[in-house]
Design a protein around this ligand. Sequence first.
Ligand SMILES: Cc1ncc(COP(=O)(O)O)c(C=O)c1O
Length: 389
Amino acid sequence: MLYSNKILTLEESNTLAISALAQSLKKEGKEIINLSTGEPDFDTPQAIKESAIKAINEGFSKYTAVSGIAELKSAICQKLLRDNSLSYSPSEIIVSNGAKHSLFNAFGAVLNAGDEVLIPSPYWVSYPEIAKYNQATPIFLPTTQENNFKITPQQLKNALTPHTKLLILNSPSNPTGSLYSKEELEALGEVLRGSNVWVISDEIYEKLTYSEGFTSLASLSDDLLSRTITINGLSKSTAMTGWRMGYLASKDKTLIKAIDNLQGNSTSNINSFTQMASITALSPALEREIAMMREKFRERRDFAYSQCSSIQGLSLNLPDGAFYLFINIQEAKRFGGDSMSFCKALLEEQGVALVPGVAFGVDGYVRMSFATSLEVLKRGFEKIAKFLE
Ligand SMILES: Cc1ncc(COP(=O)(O)O)c(C=O)c1O
């Protein structure tokens, strides 16, 4: 065998077929309304950029500690205490190249071949792939629109086996936008009490919540604090997707040391001037700008939801967080709920790009990003309505 078995288990994302088609239609000169991207359309706030420029000009361009400079880890600890009622010390933090890298490190540090990873479905595309790369088995916990795409304590209980190693929670969720309440998280936490199951809490959309407050899983009890690996980053909160900054926090010293070793033998530290910029991004002074972006997202969510609800054949829940609508297309004419055919035809006939639900493990739904202007959203909905006429 020329190639590693592990690498051959990784699958190409279902979203690639749609982006390739969108690109080729654009080349032909067709107007494309792209509602498929998972990143804020805002520019990175000026104060953050200036910190990076200052760091470069001052020659802050050498290797740093693998897990990040002390000042940054201390800024992360202050943020976790301020926003999430979580008390961590800098030695319990690892800064990585985006939340995705933090997830990759965390999976790699806890999984052995044959372990089971519980993944609520629909799920963010990379969770099952990273589990498989670590020779673990993804076990999907299907959720329903009626239950607002959330797993129940009973469902979690039924899924536990002696092989269960890890549960992934992503609230607010990509792709559904659903947000677990404090009580719902507590009830899930109770099921795990007494077990050896780790939880990864992917909190990357924390700053984009529109209704009840956001709760960090690890803040709910000492038991949850000890078993939870909290993951967050700056991509979505401060419009920094391209900077590549994410971090994880854990109380487990062995885990932190293992991840430090893994990162120390692969990517080492994230780039030095992004670290300086991240200190600014995490400071309380940025909260006003973050709130302004959140209000824009809320306005777009409300607009997109009302537009979408008025189109015959589509149904959806109002998302409580993130910047996606997860739209039920099962009653739409022509496609019988086949999300890939729906997205291909919508792109070819009307030039609107959405992501098929199959990419997230469920057919019969499509994901629309509302991280774009009201004008673009309006035009997109006009075209979708025409498509379904
Ligand atoms: C649920 C979820 N987790 C993690 C990530 C990764 O974000 P980052 O840019 O920090 O790697 C994304 C990005 O789309 C996401 O949607």
